[in-house]
Ligand binder design. Structure first.
Ligand SMILES: [Zn+2]
Ligand SMILES: [Zn+2]
Length: 556
C-alpha cells in the first residue's frame, strides 16, 4: 500500500528565538516529498557569548540532503532575519529564489557591495501575484510592516490551504507601500483555510499598534521645533520612516544628509523602485559642515549601537564629516533589539556627555513596531478562521501568548512547535510527527562552522584563561637536547606572591621532566601530558586560574 500523501511544515529557524527565520513546507508521501523554503534569515551574534562571531544561520543540512526535491525559496520581505542568510546558504541549494521587486533590488544592491557574493537565481514576482513553486500554488498578500513589500503567502495544495503570514500589522496608513490587503484576507477566509502559520512577535502586547502616520507626525513636530542640528537614526530598511524624516525636513526648510552605507543603499533602492517618488534629493555627509545648523537633518545608521556605524562614531566624536555639539538633538526612531542594550546605552551616554539631547520612544512616539499586537492578531484570525494555528517568529513567551489567543478564539488545533519539529498539517489531526536535524551555524571569517564545533568553545576558554605553550626537544632515549621554550599569552606577568609566572612555568617543565622515570621519557606523548599537567598545576597555584597549556614535543 502506498504511503499517504501529507502536507508538512518544518521550521529550521525562528521558532523559539528571534531571528534567522527559515521554514520548510513539504508535500507528498514520506519517501517522496517535494519541498519549498520560505525565508532564509540571519541572526546577529552578541560578542560576549560568541567571540569573533557576528552572524549565525540556521543549520540547513536536512534540506541540503533533500535538495533534489526542493523547488524554490520564497522570500517574504527584505529584513535580515528573513533574507540575510541567502548569500551564505544559497550556494548549497541553488534553486530559484522568488522575491518581489523591492526585495529583489535589495538583493542586487547587497550583491554589488559584497565581493564574491553568489549569482543567485532571483525570479521577480509582482506584489499580489500568484505563481507555482513545484507542487505549491503560492499567492502573495500585501501586508503592512516596517519595510516595503512584506508579503503573506497563501499556499494552496490538494490537501488544504495555508496562510503563512510573514511579518505584518494592520496599519492602513503605512507611509509607503501597500497596506495590508484586508479584502483578499477576508475572501480567503470565505474560501476556507486549513492553517495559519503566524507572526508572534507582539502577541504579548494588548491593543493595536499605532500607525506609521502617527510617528511621522511626531517626527515633523520635533524637527520643526529643533533649535539647532538634529539627527534621526532608524533601521535603514524602514523606508516609510526615511520618507517621514525627509518630508519633515522639507517642511522645516532643512536638507537631509544621509550618513552610513546601509542607509545610502536602501535610499538608492527605494528611489529605483519608486518608494521615494516626490522626495527631494538627499545630500552626502561631505556637505554637512557647510550647512547652517538649522538647515540640516542627519539621517544616520547605527540605531542598534553598532560600533562601526555612523552614530557610534559621532557619539565618540570620531566621524570625519559629522559633528554634534551642545544643544543639538538625536532622535532614536527605533527600538533596541534584545541583546543590543549595552551597545545602545553606550552610544546614548556618549551623546549625553557631549551635551546632546537624546529623544527615544520612551518619551515620544518616535517609533512603532511592524508586528501585530493582540487586537490585530485577533482580527486576522477572525477573518481567516483556520482549523490550525501554528505560532512562529518569536521566543517561547511570544509563541505561548499567540497560542493562547488562538485557544481563546476557539481555533480547534493550536500546534506548539520548535525548530526541527516536523508538523503534519494534513491529512487528519495535526501534530508533530518527526524531528529533523537542525541547529545553528556560525560565520567565522569566511567559513561556516557548526555551533557544536570546538572552535568557539576553545576561543571562549582562551578568553578566560590564556595559553601557555611549551616546546621540548628529546632524542630517542628521552634525553632533553636543549632548554625548553615556554611562552605565555593572556596571562599576568606575576602571580599572587610576586613570582614571575613564566619562570614558574619553566621550573614546572623541568621538575616534571626530572620526576619522570627514564622509560617514560622515551614516550613523547606521555612526556607531553605529564608536562601539561605539571605546568597547569604550578601556574594555577600562583595565579588562581588554570591556563590552557599546549606542549609540543619534538622527537629528534
Ligand atoms: Zn521578522
Ligand atoms: Zn520583518
Amino acid at each position: 500500500m502506498a504511503a499517504p500523501e501529507q502536507l508538512v511544515f518544518a521550521p529550521l529557524g525562528g521558532v523559539g528565538e528571534i531571528g534567522m527565520n527559515l521554514s520548510l513546507y513539504g508535500l507528498g508521501d514520506e519517501r517522496r516529498r517535494q519541498w519549498m523554503i520560505v525565508d532564509c534569515g540571519v541572526s546577529f551574534a552578541s560578542e560576549e557569548h560568541l567571540p569573533g562571531i557576528d552572524l549565525m544561520f540556521p543549520d540547513i543540512r536536512y534540506i541540503v540532503e533533500e535538495r533534489r526535491s526542493l523547488s524554490g525559496i520564497v522570500i517574504t520581505h527584505a529584513h535580515e532575519d528573513h533574507f540575510g542568510a541567502l548569500f551564505d546558504l544559497w550556494p548549497q541549494l541553488r534553486v530559484p529564489v522568488y522575491a518581489t521587486p523591492f526585495t529583489a533590488a535589495l538583493i542586487e544592491a547587497k550583491k554589488a557591495s559584497e565581493p564574491g557574493a553568489p549569482d543567485i537565481d532571483v525570479k521577480v514576482v509582482q506584489n499580489g501575484s500568484r505563481f507555482h513553486v513545484g507542487p505549491f500554488d503560492v499567492e502573495l498578500v500585501s501586508m503592512s510592516h516596517s519595510i516595503p513589500e512584506s508579503n503573506a503567502l497563501i499556499i494552496r495544495t490538494a490537501l488544504g490551504t495555508v496562510l503563512h503570514t510573514g511579518d505584518w500589522k494592520l496599519d492602513q496608513t503605512p507611509g509607503v507601500g501597500l497596506p495590508t490587503d484586508q479584502d483578499k484576507l477576508r475572501r480567503l477566509g470565505e474560501e476556507g483555510v486549513l492553517a495559519v502559520v503566524g507572526d508572534s512577535t507582539n502577541a504579548v502586547r494588548d491593543g493595536r499598534s499605532p500607525s506609521e502616520a502617527d510617528v511621522a507626525k511626531t517626527l515633523a513636530e520635533l524637527i520643526a521645533a529643533a533649535p539647532a542640528r538634529i539627527a534621526v537614526t532608524t533601521f535603514a530598511s524602514n523606508v516609510a520612516r526615511v520618507r517621514a524624516v525627509a518630508e519633515a525636513a522639507r517642511a522645516a526648510g532643512r536638507e537631509v544628509v544621509v550618513v552610513g552605507r546601509a542607509m545610502e543603499r536602501v535610499a538608492q533602492v527605494a528611489r529605483e523602485t519608486g518608494y521615494l517618488d516626490g522626495i527631494q534629493e538627499f545630500r552626502g555627509p561631505d556637505v554637512y559642515g557647510y550647512l547652517p545648523p538649522d538647515k540640516v537633518v542627519a539621517l544616520c545608521t547605527g540605531s542598534q549601537g553598532e560600533p562601526r556605524a555612523a552614530l557610534a562614531r559621532i557619539a565618540n566624536d570620531d566621524h570625519p564629516d559629522i559633528t554634534f555639539s551642545r544643544g543639538d538633538q538625536v532622535i532614536f526612531s527605533s527600538r533596541t533589539i534584545p541583546g543590543n542594550e549595552k551597545a545602545v546605552s553606550s552610544v546614548i551616554n556618549g551623546l549625553i556627555d557631549q551635551g546632546i539631547k537624546v529623544i527615544t520612544d520612551r518619551n515620544h512616539l518616535v517609533h512603532v513596531s511592524g508586528h501585530p499586537r493582540i487586537g490585530e492578531v485577533e482580527e486576522l484570525l477572525g477573518w481567516i478562521k483556520p482549523s490550525i494555528l501554528v505560532p512562529v517568529h518569536g521566543e517561547a513567551l511570544h509563541l505561548s501568548e499567540h497560542a493562547a489567543i488562538g485557544k481563546r478564539l476557539g481555533i480547534p488545533n493550536v500546534v506548539n512547535c520548535r525548530n526541527g519539529d516536523m508538523v503534519q498539517l494534513a491529512p487528519g489531526a495535526p501534530g508533530i510527527i518527526d524531528e529533523v536535524p537542525h541547529g545553528r551555524v556560525y560565520k567565522d571569517g569566511a567559513v561556516l562552522i557548526g555551533a557544536d564545533s570546538r572552535t568557539i568553545a576553545d576561543r571562549r576558554r582562551l578568553g578566560f584563561v590564556g595559553l601557555v605553550t611549551v616546546a621540548l626537544a628529546l632524542n630517542e632515549k628521552g634525553v632533553m637536547l636543549a632548554d625548553p621554550e615556554v611562552e605565555l599569552f593572556g596571562i599576568p606577568e606575576r602571580g599572587k606572591d610576586g613570582a614571575v609566572l613564566a619562570d614558574i612555568a619553566l621550573d614546572a617543565v623541568h621538575e616534571t621532566y626530572d620526576s619522570l622515570p627514564k622509560a617514560r621519557r622515551r614516550d613523547p606523548d606521555s612526556v607531553a601530558e605529564a608536562v601539561r599537567r605539571g605546568v597547569r598545576g604550578a601556574v594555577a597555584q600562583q595565579w588562581g586560574k588554570k591556563p590552557i597549556c599546549h606542549v609540543h614535543v619534538l622527537a629528534v
